[in-house]
Design a protein around this ligand. Structure first.
Ligand code: ATP
Ligand code: MG
Length: 168
């Protein structure tokens, strides 16, 4: 059983994540998706809760055709222990997919094989750009799967972001 691990904050989940996961699905038997900084929500950089992000990812991948687990991972602020922390929360895996240099370094040091997927239209497909557009009232819905548009509507996510971005 070959399991691949992929981690992000998914604030929110977007088409870049979806495109990477669709490719990973062709290469492994099961995918483990770690929802990082799980303890954070209701901030301008991290508006959505871990549970809301689990909902987004689960709905977006409903027809992926590859079994997957979505697991919230809280920050421990100890880089040297971070991989062990992740492994304590997930099914066993042999392979990690990441392009983040720190993530790559920490997994390699732990003896785990790492592959770095190519970026998908990174100029527009980034959480930072999508949150910026939500705040400015600019178009963002084409950058995320339709399931994500529905979840953000259900939780009134754009109003939340605008509300918490205001000073007191
Ligand atoms: P933010 O701007 O909030 O950091 P992000 O778009 O970088 O959001 P993350 O949740 O931080 O998304 O990233 C999760 C993983 O997805 C990271 O490894 C990141 O490199 C990767 N990723 C982000 N955008 C893309 C993209 N357009 N194509 C492929 N991979 C991406
Ligand atoms: Mg990022």
């Amino acid at each position: 059983m070959k399991r691949g691990f992929y981690i992000g904050r998914f604030q929110p989940y977007h088409n870049g994540h979806q495109s990477v996961l669709e490719r990973i699905a062709d290469e492994v038997d099961e995918i483990i998706i770690g929802v990082g900084s799980a303890q954070l929500s209701h901030t301008v950089d991290n508006p959505f809760t871990a549970g809301e992000r689990v909902l987004m990812i689960t709905r977006a991948l409903a027809s992926l055709g590859c079994p997957f687990y979505v697991i919230p991972i809280e920050d421990i602020k100890r880089n040297a222990l971070w991989v062990a922390h992740i492994r304590s929360m997930t099914p066993p895996f042999d392979l990690c997919y990441s392009s983040n240099p720190l993530v790559v370094q920490l997994f390699r040091e732990a003896g785990i094989n790492v592959q770095s997927p190519a970026m998908y239209e990174r100029d527009t497909h980034s959480g930072t750009e999508i949150r910026r557009r939500m705040l400015k009232g600019e178009p963002w819905k084409t950058l995320v799967p339709s399931a994500i548009v529905r979840v953000i509507r259900e939780i009134d996510g754009v109003s939340r972001l605008k509300e918490i971005a205001q000073g007191d």
